[in-house]
Design a protein around this ligand. Structure first.
Ligand code: ZN
Length: 273
């Protein structure tokens, strides 16, 4: 079973707000009675609630998740979504990341509805008109103030690039043609690979990190981005998410290395202990 991170988290926030207003006692009782999960627990090995039958089609699992949303989350998040529907979206950030199912953007950025204008594709590549159109819209219409490119560990697109799948012997498939957009990242990785600031990166990690740096460079050449950056109204950020350790890294553009987020805070708490 999967529940959308945004709706679960926002449901919790809405619940808290309603409790403050004194109107949530009934809703909270209903919520707690019908659902003992706290945010994220439905994702812990997907063990929350009644598991679907072993022979259930994946679509049944999806539909079951939608039903659970309608029953439990929608009543809580509806006021906030109604506000957004009325006022329209005004996100301050464009977030570009991979289509990988393990990357849950709202979870790793602690964001909710209306926060992130998001583009996802295989390998978080920006060398494409569809991404260029989204960037143009985000920068010129939505007036976002930052663009983040986020790569991740174990990226299948980067593995395929390393394996040369973008240069097949025969006629390339759509995936092969798409992966050609990553050639510049592969070249960059061989010539001047991006690194972690705190540990050694293996070959795949070097490509994942270099790909983020390369996509930022490409973004900076986009006319709309270049113009807004010249005015000082737009910032580009590079991020990498290590799935196994649930650790985000940010590109330090001064040193060109990726450093773990909260590293300073962790060092301070360890020093104080
Ligand atoms: Zn990926």
């Amino acid at each position: 079973m999967t529940l959308d991170a945004t709706t679960i988290q926002s449901a919790a926030l809405v619940l808290i707000a309603a409790a403050t207003a004194g109107a949530a006692a009934t809703a909270a009782h209903r919520f707690n009675r019908s659902r003992s999960c706290r945010p994220w627990t439905p994702w812990l090995r997907h063990r929350c609630g009644q598991p679907p039958a072993a022979d259930a089609h994946p679509y049944d699992r999806l539909l079951r998740g939608v039903r659970i949303f309608q029953q439990h989350t929608a009543p809580l998040i509806r006021p906030e979504l109604a506000r957004l529907a009325k006022e329209g979206q005004a996100p301050s950030q464009l977030f570009i990341t991979c289509a990988d199912s393990r990357m849950v953007t709202s979870m790793i950025t602690n964001s909710g509805p209306g926060d992130l204008f998001t583009v996802r594709n295989v390998g978080n590549l920006v060398e494409d008109d569809s991404v260029g159109a989204a960037v143009e819209y985000a920068v010129e219409v939505l007036k976002v103030r930052s663009i983040t490119v986020c790569g991740h560990s174990g990226c299948g697109a980067m593995k395929a690039l390393l394996a040369g799948d973008h240069q097949p012997a025969g006629e390339p498939t759509p995936l092969g043609r798409w992966l050609r957009n990553g050639q510049a990242s592969l070249t960059r990785m061989h010539r001047r690979p991006a690194q972690f600031g705190t540990r050694q990166a293996d070959e795949l990690e070097k490509l994942c990190l270099s790909n983020v740096a390369q996509q930022l460079e490409s973004l900076a050449a986009h006319p709309a981005v270049r113009s807004r950056m010249a005015e000082g109204g737009l910032r580009l950020m590079g991020m990498y998410f290590d799935l196994a350790t649930a650790q985000a890294y940010l590109l330090d553009q001064a040193t060109g290395t990726f450093r773990p987020v909260c590293e300073d805070e962790r060092e301070k708490s360890e020093a104080a202990a």
